[in-house]
Design a protein around this ligand. Structure first.
Ligand SMILES: Cc1cc2nc3c(=O)[nH]c(=O)nc-3n(C[C@H](O)[C@H](O)[C@H](O)COP(=O)(O)OP(=O)(O)OC[C@H]3O[C@@H](n4cnc5c(N)ncnc54)[C@H](O)[C@@H]3O)c2cc1C
Length: 303
């Protein structure tokens, strides 16, 4: 694999915004993950496109990440180039009942912006620590809301370098799923369709959601949020609790004592610890209830 052209590009165009052999632990909310060969934080569509084109031409694998809040990166790290989009590309604007937001906008910033504009529909997103791009890809949701209910369309950079306007229906949204998971593309910008609402009521709803999170979720420890998807007819956290796994630990990876749907990093957990814990939880819950839990967290990188 010849990374040199990508490295040269980063050196020339992305001064101070690229790192070599950087631990992905620094870029994930889990604080876990081996080194990426090269990580670049592009600031413009042109840079994203150039990096994708160079990756394709040089046959260098390209991995897109946002805020890294739904990722478990294996201990061997990521070969090729990681393009990190959260923290840059953060423009947003309102027009009537529509908000257009770049992929790097955080969901907290987006929902607070909507609240200031007196627009309702995005309150559910206020405590989800992801970026707009990652949230649309995951159809992130909470408290009966999710992205599928508010996304109208998005601009998506396709692998051939063209940009497609993808309409809501084409995202084929379902629980924590969108079509972009199956047909790779970079979500660049998203148009949300909201409704006029009462500013005080919107703020009160957001405060309530934040309070519920602080009370129920282990926000004081690194994690990637809910480790498992909700199996039809059950709640993953309840199944894990009933199987006696509250506080279950492999190394420094632990089923949270506070919320059994979360796996937390107690200090120096490795991806190997977390993967073993996932397997143990899956096996024990299956033996106990006959339900197979599937990870919601996306597992990437080399062992
Ligand atoms: C404490 C905590 C609480 C959480 N609560 C919730 C919750 O209530 N509901 C919920 O749904 N999730 C929750 N999560 C999980 C996570 O925040 C969401 O899945 C979030 O939407 C992920 O966004 P991200 O930017 O961090 O994506 P990342 O984790 O960086 O990436 C996730 C996936 O999206 C892809 N991706 C990222 N950006 C783009 C882009 N621009 N274009 C194409 N692909 C992209 C990546 O390749 C990867 O496959 C929680 C996580 C934590 C740590």
């Amino acid at each position: 694999m010849n990374l040199a052209p990508l490295l040269t590009y980063a050196y020339v165009h992305c001064d101070g915004r690229y790192e070599e052999h950087t631990p992905m632990a620094n870029y994930t909310s889990f604080h876990i993950g081996g080194p990426a060969d090269l990580l670049v934080m592009p600031e413009s569509l042109k840079e994203i496109r150039d990096l994708m084109t160079l990756g394709r031409e040089m046959k260098v694998p390209v991995t897109i990440i946002g805020n890294g809040s739904n990722l478990l990166v294996r201990d061997g790290g990521i070969r090729g180039v990681v393009i990190k989009l959260g923290n840059a590309l953060t423009q947003m604007q309102a027009d009537g009942e529509h908000i257009t937001a770049d992929c790097g906008v955080s969901l907290a910033a987006l929902s607070n912006f909507a609240a200031r504009e007196g627009l309702t529909g995005l309150e559910f997103a206020v405590g989800i620590p992801g970026s707009v791009g990652g949230a649309v890809l995951m159809n992130a949701g909470a408290y009966d809301g999710d992205m599928s209910k508010v996304v109208e369309s998005a601009s998506v950079l396709l692998p051939d370098g063209s940009i497609a306007e993808v309409k809501k229906d084409e995202f084929d949204f379902s629980y924590r799923h969108s079509s972009i998971q199956d047909h790779p593309g970079v979500i660049l910008r998203v148009v949300f369709c909201l409704k006029q609402g009462d500013k005080a009521a919107i703020q009160a709803k957001m405060d309530d959601f934040m309070n519920r999170r602080r009370t129920k979720q282990p926000l004081e420890l690194p994690s990637a949020g809910s480790m498992f998807k909700r199996p039809p007819g059950y709640f993953a956290a309840a199944l894990i609790d009933e199987a006696g796994l509250r506080g279950y630990r492999v190394g420094d990876a632990q089923v949270s004592e506070k919320h059994t749907g979360f796996v937390v990093n107690r200090g120096h957990a490795t991806a190997k610890d977390v993967l073993q814990l996932i397997k143990d939880v899956q096996d024990k819950v299956y033996a106990f209830k006959g339900v197979r839990l599937e990870p919601e967290v996306r597992i990437i990188g080399e062992a």
